[in-house]
Design a protein around this ligand. Structure first.
Ligand code: ATP
Length: 240
């Protein structure tokens, strides 16, 4: 099966000699939950941004849903992101003056998703009946549920999540991770999640570790204690 997301020898340099990603290759099949970890500054967010077409690598190729996005013009790329990708960030990125329902309806094409589809995803994330609430009145966990509903509403191929539980307590964070896990298991969505938290990463199928912009490890996700050990391993190598 063709991977839904593929990075081939991706390198991203920033000014002053920073190589945020160096020669990273990664093929992700549909329906896989991937956690990306590594010390601060190891290139996790840069990997996520290049993979999602939010940033362009200086060298290498990114293929997303069967298309080479590396050289795609901004218009088609924006449409591809809107129609095939979902995004969940630590800071929710919702419009707080709009209602839950309006936020979830935002990413749709002309006219937006059908109202019934919006209600359906709100039920899925446990917000059934809260569609008319203002997002400003919601708790952090509820806001992140809205963000997940917004990510799911178009039926995306891939959801990119950057520290989705970073602002939540462990119990609430666990509920959010269970929703991402459900999207993978139920709908066959691929999730690529950046996290610092071994307990969050333990929900994934595959653990990718970055060290100084390069792939340091890539394999099946072990339990949280083993993840923490591996993370210390790659971080210590940087400090040494
Ligand atoms: N826009 C930018 N301009 C210049 N340098 C950048 C830029 N974005 C990232 N970098 C640098 O690239 C490297 C990788 O950054 P990145 O944000 O991808 O790391 P990270 O692993 O996500 O870190 P953190 O865990 O702290 O969020 C760092 O050295 C960072 O300073």
């Amino acid at each position: 099966m063709e991977p839904v997301l593929e990075l081939i020898a991706v390198t991203r340099r920033f000014p002053r000699g920073v190589v945020a990603l160096r020669d990273v290759s990664l093929a992700v099949p549909g329906g896989q939950f991937v956690a990306v970890m590594g010390a601060t500054g190891s290139g996790k967010s840069t990997l996520l941004h290049c993979a999602a077409g939010l940033d362009r690598p200086g060298a290498g190729t990114v293929r997303l849903a069967g298309r080479d996005i590396t050289r795609m013009r901004e218009g088609p790329l924006t449409r591809l992101r809107r129609d095939r990708l979902g995004f969940v960030f630590q800071s929710y990125n919702l419009l707080s003056e709009l209602s839950v329902r309006q936020n979830v309806a935002l990413p749709g094409r002309l006219g937006g998703p059908r109202p019934r589809r919006v209600e359906e995803v709100l039920e899925t994330v446990g917000l059934g009946g809260l569609g008319r609430r203002g997002v400003g009145e919601l708790s952090g966990g509820q806001r992140q549920r809205v963000a997940i509903a917004r990510a799911l509403v178009t039926g995306p191929a891939v959801i990119f999540a950057d520290e989705p539980t970073g602002a939540l307590d462990p119990a609430t964070g666990g509920q959010i991770l269970a929703l991402l896990r459900d999207a993978v298991d139920r709908d066959g969505v691929t999730v690529v999640m950046v996290t610092h938290d071994p307990a969050a990463a333990a929900w994934s199928d595959r653990l990718v570790l970055l060290r100084d912009g390069a792939l340091a490890a890539d394999g099946p996700t072990p339990d949280a204690a083993a993840i923490a050990g591996r993370l210390r391993g790659v971080s210590a190598a940087v400090a040494a």
